[in-house]
Design a protein around this ligand. Structure first.
Ligand SMILES: [Zn+2]
Length: 201
């Protein structure tokens, strides 16, 4: 998970995220703080290795955590994709961005969005970075539930040499439906060291 609640005595818990923390705090400083899962309240540990992007993990298996059930299964690829997508969109919206929060739960639709960008005019945009297969029906269903809650949604897929967005494949069908309906669709490119999401100029 990219985000966690920062617990301090005498203060309200604050959701913070690793990309921001990494810019501002030292490894030791982050490690010394107390962190809790935003969704199940169980303790979390910062994972800050030399190679992979930093993230938070439950201290023990948290099988009852809604995060498990309501968001895409967390893998290093998914972490990288959602972060690259959220950061690219933050740049894309520029001064219109009021806030960016990673991993936001929408109880009405039983869904945890990978990130939510709130714009200065109050518009909320959910970012859905999707790696695991999704049928067109599931995608339409999720898109419609966000819209019913008055949340815009931007889907992000990963382009791959094999599978992924090949013509006539499931992603291709999903992308075509989104484009036909007038949604912004992003496709990411992943290399060994970096995932990037090129945005329309
Ligand atoms: Zn949890």
């Amino acid at each position: 998970m990219i985000s966690a609640l920062h617990i301090r005595e005498g203060h309200d818990p604050v959701p913070l995220d690793m990309p921001t923390l990494r810019q501002k705090k030292s490894r030791d400083d982050i490690f010394a703080q107390t962190w809790q899962c935003k969704f199940c309240g169980k303790p979390m540990t910062p994972r800050m290795g030399a190679i992979r992007a930093w993230y938070f993990a439950h201290k023990r298996e948290a099988s009852e955590c809604p995060f498990e059930a309501e968001s895409e299964k967390e893998s290093p690829q998914h972490l990288a994709l959602k972060r690259a997508a959220a950061e690219a969109l933050r740049k894309y919206f520029g001064k219109q961005v009021a806030s960016l929060e990673y991993e936001v739960r929408f109880p009405n639709i039983r869904r945890i969005a990978d990130a939510v960008i709130t714009l200065t005019d109050g518009t909320r945009v959910a970012v859905e970075a999707q790696l695991s297969p999704l049928t067109l029906h599931q995608l339409q269903d999720r898109t419609d539930s966000y819209l019913r809650d008055e949340i815009e949604v931007i889907w992000v897929f990963q382009e791959q040499d094999h599978g992924g967005l090949k013509a006539g494949g499931i992603w291709d069908t999903c992308r075509q439906w989104l484009l036909d309906e007038g949604y912004l669709v992003l496709t990411a490119r992943a290399t060994v060291t970096q995932t990037s999401v090129p945005l329309p100029g």
